[in-house]
Design a binder for this molecule. Structure first.
Ligand SMILES: [Zn+2]
Length: 311
């Protein structure tokens, strides 16, 4: 190939994947993530080669998050924004659109990794709680590595290697969770929670899931929903219900009282982390904590469930 034909090709490559090394800035691309389920993975994959910030705090309800002016400024200044999508960040949608329009790379992580036939719908809206299925979420590290590699091609191989390590960890955890839940007696595999965040989890790990509130915490549970669930609890002899760290306890208490009024000792099986890691610290810690809490309450019989009733 003649040099005159090679040069435009080289120039095009340099333009499309140039490292962003802005003058006076050595910390690499600025990455802003919405949830910790994304941010924790991005931080590990980025290492020291990018600065990663997470918008939602450890106990924050993403369904109710309203961005401040500082949040929007942070997003606007980013090189890469990673968010869940599937309407999880409802009040942030407009801001994310504006950020994308301004030329920032904006990636809806859950939408990208979820295959069409894996998607769970809730009425007209998609269920956004995809991170609850560790096998699906194990594709996220690779996606993040690819997006980071676009920002910083010279580090692409390192990003990919770190992502592969996380993927392997998530797949190993996924297998272990499946084995643990398979060992649970079939009639115990019912998960009753505050809001409907565990349907991907239930599908993957073989649990029937019932939530008091809908898929988003912006909707209130009705009295008839509570009554209907009390019937289910009594008829199916469900031993435990679970709180969630980001959701109000009122509905759970109403259900517990309703069941006890009918002579059924429904116990509180503990606190689950649905939409943020909370005290579990990290995304992976949150998965493990949920699995341990659920197996402890559903697997150990009524006596052990009663001991877990700390409220
Ligand atoms: Zn949720």
């Amino acid at each position: 190939m003649a040099p005159s034909r090679i040069l435009p090709l080289v120039a095009a490559l340099a333009l499309s994947c140039s490292d962003r090394v802005d003058a006076g800035r050595t910390e690499g691309p600025r990455v802003v993530c919405t949830t910790a389920m994304i941010g924790d993975l991005a931080r590990e994959i980025a290492g020291d080669e990018a600065s990663v910030s997470t918008l939602f705090g450890a106990d924050m309800d993403p369904h109710l998050f309203r961005p401040t002016r500082d949040d929007v400024r942070l997003l606007m200044a980013a090189d890469l924004v990673l968010y869940n999508g599937l309407h999880l960040e409802g009040y942030l949608t407009d801001a994310l659109e504006r950020v994308g329009d301004s030329g920032v790379e904006v990636v809806p992580v859950a939408e990208e990794v979820l295959l069409e036939d894996e998607r769970i719908d809730s009425g007209p809206a998609p269920d956004p709680h995809v991170w609850m299925d560790a096998s699906i979420w194990s594709r996220v590290p690779g996606l993040i590595a690819g997006a980071l590699g676009q920002q910083r091609p010279s580090m692409g191989a390192a990003f990919t290697a770190r992502a592969a390590a996380i993927e392997a960890r998530l797949l190993a955890a996924d297998r272990a969770y499946q084995e643990s839940f398979n060992a649970l007696a079939p009639d115990r595999r019912v998960l009753l929670t505050a809001h409907d965040a565990f349907r991907y989890f239930g599908r993957r790990y073989g649990l029937e899931v019932r939530g008091i509130q809908g898929v988003s915490t912006t909707s209130e549970a009705s009295l008839s929903t509570i009554e209907e669930l009390v019937n289910v609890v009594v008829e199916r002899d469900i031993p435990a219900i679970f709180f969630e760290s980001t959701v109000s306890e009122r509905n759970v208490q109403a259900l517990v009282e309703g069941a006890r009024a009918r002579g059924h000792g429904l116990q509180v099986g503990g606190v689950l982390h649905a939409d943020a890691p909370g005290a579990a610290g990290t995304y992976e810690g949150m998965l493990q904590s949920n699995v341990t809490t659920i197996l402890g309450a559903l697997g150990a019989g009524h006596e052990a469930a009663a001991e877990a009733d700390v409220r």
